[in-house]
Design a protein around this ligand. Sequence first.
Ligand code: SF4
Length: 394
Amino acid sequence: MAILLYPTRGCNLGCLYCFQRPGLPRPGAMRDWEEMDWEGIRKALRLLKQYRNSCGTEVVLHGGEPTSVPLDVLERLMKLIRSEGFNVGMQSNGYAITEDHIRLFKRYGCHVGISVDGFPDINTLRGFFDEQGREIKPASEEYRKRVMENLEILISEKLCGGVITILHRANAGDARRLERLKEFLKWLEERGAQSVRLNPMSADAGPAKAYELTNEELARAYIELYEYCKGLRLKVSPFIDMRRTLLGERETVCWFSGCHLYDSLVWAIDNRGNILSCDRILGWGTLLRPSQLPHTDMFRMQVRTLALLQTELRDDPYAHLHRGGCPAEGIGGDWRRPSRFVPAFDKLFAKIEEDLRKALPDAIFPTEYPDKVRYVKMIDAGYRWDIWRGDFTR
Ligand code: SF4
C-alpha cells in the first residue's frame, strides 16, 4: 500500500469519466499549492510513519494532476517526503512531463505511474471534455500524442512505475478495440514496462455512464486479455492478484482487501495536511479519516465483508477472495453493497482457477473451504491457506 499526497486538486485535463470530476476544479481554476501547509504535511507524514506496516513506505504524489504544480514546489515536496524516510512516487496523466521533470524524478528516485487507456485511437475518453461531455478535439489529440511520447521516455529512462489502464467501451467494448488494447500491452512490454493495472471504469451517472462495460462485456474483455497476457512478461493486475488469492495468499490489490469507504485501505494527505480516505471517493466530497489509526475496528473486523458473506454474496464461491470489491463501485452507488463488477470478477476467477487446477491437480483451493467467514478471519489473523495441506498455516 502507499500513501497518496495531493499537492493540488486541480488537473490540466478533463477526462470524461474522471471519478473526481464532480468535485474537480477545471484546468487552471485553482492554485491550491500556494496554500500548502508544509508543517501540517510534515506532521501527517510523521504520524503515518508510525503505521508503516499498514500504510506502506512510499508516498505517491497524486491529484488532480501533480505536474500542474510548479517544479520548485514539487521538488520541495519530494525533499520533505524523503527527509521523513519515505520513498517518493507519482501518478500522472503523462501530458505535461518535461525534461525538467525527468531530471527531478531522477534526482529523487521518483517512479511515475502513468494513467493511459491505450493508443490514441482507443484512449478517447481521456483528454479535454467540458462539463457537458463535449470534447475539445485538437487539444485532446495533442494530449494523446504527448502522453505516448512521454510514456516511452519514462520507460526508457527506467522511471515508469507502471501503467493504469481503465477498461471501458472505447477501448474494450468490441473485438477490434480489444485487439488494439492487446497491441498496446505488447507495445509496453517491448519497450520494457514492468506492470499494468486494468481497472474497470465505473460511473454512476453523466456522459461517462454510456461507456461503462456490462459484466458480460467486462468478463469477456478480462478473459481475452488474461489469455493474451500469458505470453507477455508484464505483471498484469488483477490477474496476478486473483492468482495469488487462489493460491491462499493475503497480499492483493486494494479492491480485494475488504475496503471500507470512510476508512479505506489507501491513505491520503491533502495540501493542508489533513489525512483523508481514498482518492476514488474525492468526487463524493472530502472524507477525513476517523481518528482511530491506522484502521477503525469496523475495518479491522471486516464488518462490510462479513456482512456481505452472510447476505448478498452468500452463494458466491469467490466472495471470501474478492470480499465484495471496491466500495466506491457499490451497486446503485451504495458503498455497503458489493461492487457492481463482482459477476465479471467471478468469471475471471473461475477461468484462472481452471488453469491452476490443470497445472496443480493435487492442490486444494480456498474455494473448497466451506466456511467463508472463518476463511476471512483466519487470513486476517495472519494465516495463509496451504493448498497442499488444504488447511491454514502460519
Ligand atoms: S475505495 Fe476502492 S480504490 Fe480506494 S482503497 Fe478502497 S478498494 Fe481501493
